[in-house]
Design a protein around this ligand. Structure first.
Ligand code: XIL
Length: 376
């Protein structure tokens, strides 16, 4: 009897602790890199336990914010490299594939970038010169260290047309081509990516396919397309994800899931768009799980993750990386977007860094033989 009890206790420990389970990077080592977006506390030593979890589970990292224009280049004559340097050092020290995110975007880019000294809209040539200087400075600094760059982020509208961002309005549609040319000149070895959300919807996907073809026709060696992967419980369907990966594959580019999370909180809007500018008022009915996730919802999340990973594993020859947008549920931007102050559960590790049922569900989609999880 005593021995049986011991077995049961060890079994519960193994099943709940993640100990003796395979890790994410091990489970998908023959398929794709597996990563997480990091915030400053995780790579600057503030959250040592989360850093340890990153080292154990992942083989690639993305910077949640520190390489965006606003934090790294807040004023025209001022760069703030400290946090980005720490991010890159963390990746190098731990032998991780380091992603750069992002060079040219309409969000988290200061107003001065698009204005002259008197606050008037800049002319095309001056903005191009500014873009070139920024790209050469940032990409050049991390040349040979950052392996791939989201050069342009979110350039398309839902209907596949080009977004009328300040970049597009001032420079014209060739701003994209210029951004990729500058990035390629600044580090010829770095992989160049195009990153966006909602590419699983056909009209926007067609726009992205046309964009990739245009870049390729101009001689840009574009290496991959990033599907951000800010998904919810109903969208995209596994079939939509499947057809999206299949649609990019003939272009000869890799497909990456670059910002994966599953928002299972009540929808604040009908829109599937991951526009960071969205902000809806907090209401109690939008925040139902402040005291934890009911088991049945945990299982739904696990099943949903398993369904999506089954598609990614099926396309392991085209999918080169799957990166989660955060490490634990507590870190996720979804606690504050598109509604501030909610309790979100979109990732594989809970607020105490423990693997959730969704973690096991994902591991079980691996093509490798499974580690038995209970003692015999
Ligand atoms: C988000 C970060 O997670 C937040 O911390 C920040 O306040 C806003 O941006 N698409 C992207 C990411 O490409 O850069 C965004 O990251 C999420 C949506």
């Amino acid at each position: 009897m005593k021995i049986n009890h011991a077995f049961i206790i060890v079994g519960i420990f193994l099943a709940t602790s993640g100990f003796a389970q395979t890790t994410l990077k091990e489970a998908f080592k023959n398929d794709f890199l597996i990563g997480a977006a990091l915030n400053e506390t995780q790579f600057s030593g503030g959250k040592a336990a989360e850093a340890a979890l990153v080292r154990t589970q992942f083989n690639t990292i993305s910077p949640e914010n520190v390489l965006k224009w606003e934090p790294i280049h807040p004023k025209s004559d001022q760069y703030n490299f400290g946090p980005a340097d720490q991010y890159v050092e963390f990746g190098q020290k731990n032998g991780l594939f380091i992603v750069g995110h992002t060079l040219v975007w309409h969000q988290q880019t200061p107003k001065w970038v698009f204005q002259d000294a008197r606050g008037k809209p800049l002319d095309r040539d001056t903005l191009l010169a500014r873009m070139r200087e920024h790209i050469f400075t940032v990409v050049g600094r991390y040349q040979g260290k950052i392996g791939g760059w989201d050069v342009v982020n979110e350039a398309l509208n839902d209907d596949g047309t080009l977004r009328e961002s300040p970049w597009e309005k001032i420079i014209g549609e060739d701003y994209l081509l210029k951004a990729y040319q500058f990035a390629h000149e600044a580090d010829p070895q770095a992989q160049l990516y195009y990153n966006d959300f909602s590419l699983e919807n056909a009209p926007k996907r067609e726009g992205a396919i046309a964009l990739v073809k245009k870049l390729q026709a101009a001689g840009i060696p574009i290496a991959g397309v990033g599907l951000q992967g800010h998904y919810n419980m109903d969208w995209p369907t596994p079939a939509q994800l499947d057809e999206t990966i299949a649609a990019f594959s003939p272009l000869g580019v890799k497909v990456m899931i670059t910002e994966l999370d599953l928002n299972m909180l009540p929808a604040a809007t009908q829109s599937q768009a991951a526009e960071v500018s969205m902000n809806f008022a907090l209401r109690a009915e939008l925040n139902p799980y402040t005291n934890g996730l009911p088991a049945v919802v945990q299982q739904q999340l696990a099943q949903r993750y398993a369904d999506l990973f089954a598609v990614l594993v099926k396309h392991h020859d085209v999918v080169s990386r799957v990166t989660f947008w955060g490490v634990t549920d507590g870190d996720s931007w979804l606690n504050n977007w598109p509604v501030k102050g909610r309790t979100a559960y979109p990732l594989l590790f809970d607020r105490n860094r423990q693997p959730k049922p969704a973690f096991n569900a994902v591991i079980q989609t691996s093509r490798l033989p499974q580690t038995p999880q209970k003692p015999r």
